[in-house]
Design a protein around this ligand. Sequence first.
Ligand code: MG
Length: 251
Amino acid sequence: MPDRKTTAPGFDDTPFLPGSRFRVHDKERPQPPIIVPATGSTREAPGRPPSDAVVLFNGKDTSAWVGRDGGPAPWKVGNGLLVIAPKTGNIQTKAQFGNCQVHVEWNIPAGTDGNRNWGNSGVFLMGRYEVQILNVSDALSYADGLTAAIYGQYPPLVNACLEPGAWQTFDILWEVPLFEGEKLVRPAYMTVIYNGVAVHHHAEWLGGTAYRQVPVYRPHPPTGPLMLQDHGNPVLFRNIWCRPMKGYDEP
Ligand code: MG
């Protein structure tokens, strides 16, 4: 493989791109970092994170997480899986994230017994903004509470859920809301790929997740933890990772 930095082709006499310090096909424009991409999950085996991801759960332990009291995460790890210990509370990452790509694999155990809340959990960006997890393959919920809903705001564009016992995946692209003091100057946006299907495309968040209330934004820092919800039901997780997202040409 040639040295991309010194021998990559390009131009120094083309026009500048509008608003950019780089020319069209600029030979000085930095090459993007080379990473090893993720591998997809299967029903039998978890996928593998890309090489530049912050690995949050790899089947071994909960060292990347804390419980609601800030102490060790109280959920259980066994057979390479992270399992909600019901009624022990949400867990959240020690790491704080702003704009990012999040990957979570999860599985609702079979055995719903008609419990409408069976499999209720959720993935919260910045500890505030929930993408819902719920068994909805053989149970009903309101549209904006279905699995992969932006809870209380938008139903998923399609219901791509699998039956309990199946491994399912979220791939979430998150753009943080921006505040100046108490004032919101740009809302949060989210794109969600659920089981390989786009179910939200640059959805504009109306505010932090709320139940039976109109969501509102409350100012918060520019980064926050990824949080997993304990809603009193066992749900399994595996292969959780996050990639902070930079802008183009940011070092
Ligand atoms: Mg939930």
